[in-house]
Design a protein around this ligand. Structure first.
Ligand code: ADP
Ligand code: MG
Length: 265
């Protein structure tokens, strides 16, 4: 029943999804799904359209509730948190952040102010005329902008940025909240080849510091970010196969349902 769980010691796990099913009007978008994420891991999820990838993220963030099954976040203290009992904002506060496919930034604000607004404590304080920017906040923002290659665009209005730069800005805004688990839905969609590669480098650099789940279609990009990590193939709401990129590509079942369609390479 416990898919691949033997790979982890209990202390290594950050998230467990066990026997989760979610139906919409009788259609099982997620079907008896088992999934385990290790601390600091970058897991890539692929699968044909309608496989349940986005629904899976909706379930983790509390946007959608499972019909049955368990979603558990494991604390370093050894305590387990039942995510199915918590509202969306509390799950977010526990350190689970999600990057949706379309960039979501404040278009009429500067890059710097977007970052400032994303700091959990500054968000409330900025509306106050008494808010003095702390050196610590400035340092955090500078560090992230540097990493996102947006340092020289800090005073630009967000709407002036390219699509890729907007995506990096939003990623930076999420990172400012120091998430423990970061969920990223199709980050390469609509990006140039160069921006795609840069996004891949960025995500790889986050490994170890955060635990990441990345949904992606672009197989060149998947190969880049999967490196030594596992790729999970979702099909009809369950894990069809999980393994290294080469194993996934060579797997007959995967070829039949996904790669064999000729849409991807
Ligand atoms: P993917 O992201 O892998 O393309 P989704 O998770 O978006 O797949 O969708 C999986 C299935 O669940 C699809 O058939 C979709 O139509 C259905 N679905 C997803 N969300 C809803 C919803 N809120 N109401 C009804 N059906 C939904
Ligand atoms: Mg989707």
């Amino acid at each position: 029943m416990q898919y691949h769980s033997a790979k982890y010691r209990d202390t290594d796990l950050v998230l467990s999804v066990e026997n989760v099913t979610k139906s919409f009007d009788g259609f099982k978008a997620i079907s008896d799904l088992n999934f385990y994420l290790g601390e600091g891991e970058l897991r890539t999820i692929i699968g044909p359209n309608g496989a349940g990838k986005s629904t899976f993220m909706d379930l983790i963030t509390g946007r959608t509730r499972p019909d049955v099954g368990k979603l558990t976040m494991h604390q370093k203290s050894g305590d387990d948190i039942d995510l199915t009992k918590l509202p969306e904002f509390k799950i977010n506060r526990l350190g689970i952040s999600r990057k949706f496919q379309a960039p979501s930034v404040y278009l009429n604000h500067s890059v710097y102010d977007n970052m400032l607004l994303s700091l959990p404590h500054a968000r409330n304080l900025m509306s106050s005329i008494f808010y003095q920017q702390k050196q610590e906040d400035r340092d955090t923002i500078d560090e992230i902008l540097e990493m996102m290659r947006l340092k020289d665009r800090r005073d630009a209005t967000a709407k002036e940025l390219s699509h890729g730069q907007k995506q990096w800005l939003e990623l930076g805004m999420l990172l400012a909240q120091k998430p423990r688990i970061l969920l990223v839905d199709e980050p390469a969609a609509g990006l140039s080849d160069e921006e795609t590669e840069r996004t891949g480098e960025l995500l790889i650099s986050l490994k170890g510091k955060h635990s990441l789940i990345v949904i992606e279609h672009d197989m060149t990009f998947v190969r880049q970010i999967a490196q030594d990590g596992d790729v999970c193939v979702l099909h009809q709401g369950s894990v069809l196969f999980e393994g290294q990129f080469d194993e996934v590509q060579a797997n007959q079942k995967v070829k039949e349902v996904y790669l064999g369609r000729g849409k991807e390479e």
